[in-house]
Design a protein around this ligand. Structure first.
Ligand code: GLN
Length: 323
């Protein structure tokens, strides 16, 4: 009985959201982008959308928050769609750094000489420079259009968050100048940074993240329209990057304990992808699903504390790990 099954899943997720909501340890809301400090550290919400149409939503699913680093997955995808995978991977590597997301140190030591991966700031800023278009709005139009097709609505920038980051982000400027000096950037530095800050400030909900995850799970095809929105090969590289680099210097732990591709952002969001599995048992979401989580209290690596705990719990219970 599918309805009973759904009820059971819903109760289960509700219980654990309640439980983990209070499990934020010493976690802190990000404040280096001043506008992010307003978030409530005890918020926790999750949305799980399955290919078979099952939707489980629990906790704070209404809050809008800025997508932050999760957008790096999308800018990478769009750059690959515009320029081709080979062109992009010649300019940005696909190796984890083991350093924090905004580290500047590793830039000097990487061999071959290019930013380590598109999901740390140096790589993502380089990707922003590769996007076609003269102005930041022109560069981001294809990304907005992709999101519009995935979500069914056009995403909007949280102008306060954008201005707050634009006016304070000295570290990203430092990274930008270094990239400029090394000849990595293919467009003007100020437009490149504007593009990067804008896509980090896009407002989303956990449902939006779950939908993005679902399309990635389905190899770039929207399950409702059957339209291919992302070429399979690009979706595949994006998911490998999420698995190896998506949770920054905690990516190894996340892969070991949760075992699915995921990408976090400093506002507390996590986008997770559960690929379909070939198995006999009747496990939930056997056909794959996308998961969106929001919990703004962060650990030292900049990942949502309650969000990771909740994902770890669910992944273990439902046997979601790829491995
Ligand atoms: N916009 C943020 C920054 O550049 C994104 C970082 C993140 O979400 N980890 O610092």
């Amino acid at each position: 009985n599918i309805e009973r099954g759904k009820e059971w899943l819903q109760d289960y997720v509700d219980n654990w959201v309640n439980f983990y909501q209070k499990q934020t340890d010493e976690g802190k809301v990000a404040n280096y982008i001043p506008r992010l400090e307003h978030a409530d550290p005890n918020t926790l919400g999750i949305s799980i959308i399955g290919k078979n149409g099952t939707i489980i939503r629990s906790g704070d699913t209404d809050s809008e928050f800025s997508i932050q680093s999760i957008s790096k997955v999308l800018s990478f995808i769009v750059a690959c769609m515009e320029r081709g995978l080979t062109y992009v991977l010649q300019r940005v590597d696909v190796e984890p750094t083991g350093e924090s997301f905004n580290s500047i140190m590793h830039l000097e030591i990487n061999q071959p000489k290019k930013p380590f991966n598109p999901l740390v700031n140096s790589g993502a800023i380089t990707i922003s420079s590769l996007l076609k278009g003269k102005t930041s709005d022109q560069k981001l139009e294809p990304l907005y259009q992709l999101l519009e097709k995935i979500l069914g609505h056009r995403p909007e920038i949280d102008v306060d968050v954008y201005v707050s980051e634009r006016d304070t982000s000295m570290r990203n400027r430092a990274i930008g100048y270094y990239l400029l000096e090394e000849g990595y950037l293919e467009s003007d530095l100020s437009i490149t940074l504007e593009t990067y800050f804008k896509h980090c400030s896009l407002n989303v909900t956990v449902d939006d993240l779950a939908m993005i995850g679902l399309v990635l799970s389905n190899d770039g095809i929207h399950p409702n329209t059957d339209e291919t929105l992302i070429p399979k090969q690009i979706a595949r590289v994006a998911k490998s990057l999420m698995l190896t680099c998506g949770m920054y210097d905690a990516s190894g732990k996340f892969a070991s304990y949760v075992g699915i591709p995921a990408k976090s952002g400093v506002s507390g969001g996590i986008l997770a992808v559960v690929p379909p599995r070939v198995r006999e048992q009747d496990l939930p979401f056997i056909e794959g699903c996308g998961i969106g989580v929001f919990g703004p209290a962060l650990d030292k690596q900049g990942n949502s504390i309650a969000g990771i705990k909740l994902l770890r719990h669910i992944a273990n219970q439902w046997d979601l790990s790829l491995f």
